[in-house]
Design a protein around this ligand. Structure first.
Ligand code: HEC
Length: 152
């Protein structure tokens, strides 16, 4: 996927340029259908066709299992999907100001995640689906701790 600041995007309908244009816009906008956005390897937001789920602005939320063979969907849906810490995706992401189309990052109005940048980087850089990346020892140790102590 293509990195944008701290997260990754793609477009499964082939409109990566459209997705990137919104992701990189300083004033926000609505992501085009087919957009896939990820922060953690095991979560994703996918933009469905216009009108598919007005309440979630047509975003579908995914909770995934990932390993070296690929991705399996653990949960998918709109208002009701929860992550493995029992946090509801929609209830956090809906707090983003309207111009950001439910993308939280920082400063968009969402409650901050209880996880720091080092941990986010460590999880991204040890995604089991990707070729092993050369990363600082601190990230390896952090990723190991998170994997051992995260409820499955
Ligand atoms: C406790 C609130 C909360 C919950 C629950 C939550 N998120 Fe997020 N999410 C955030 C915040 C805040 C960020 C931005 C983090 C950052 O960039 O530091 C974020 C980032 C993301 C991103 C990267 C784009 C963005 O919005 O910055 C995706 C994709 C995402 N979350 C998907 C999900 C999915 C899917 C679920 C449910 C399985 C979920 N999130 C649950 C608050 C939450």
């Amino acid at each position: 996927m293509t990195p944008v600041r701290g997260f990754y995007v793609d477009n499964i309908l082939g409109d990566l340029n459209g997705t990137l244009a919104v992701a990189e816009s300083a004033t926000g906008g609505a992501y085009p259908p087919g957009s896939v956005v990820q922060l953690f390897p095991n979560e994703a937001m996918v933009k469905r066709q216009k009108g598919f789920s007005p309440i979630t602005k047509d975003w579908e939320f995914f909770e995934l299992d990932v390993d070296k063979n690929g991705t399996t969907i653990r949960k998918r849906g709109f208002q009701d999907v929860k992550n493995r810490f029992n946090g509801n995706c929609f209830s956090c992401h809906q707090a983003a100001q309207p111009q950001w189309d439910m993308i939280c990052e920082t400063g968009h109005g969402c409650k901050a995640l209880p996880i720091n940048t080092l941990s986010i980087l460590a999880l991204q850089n040890t995604d089991p689906r990707c070729k092993p990346a050369k990363i600082p020892f601190k990230q390896h140790v952090t990723a190991w701790f998170i994997k051992v102590f995260t409820p499955l």
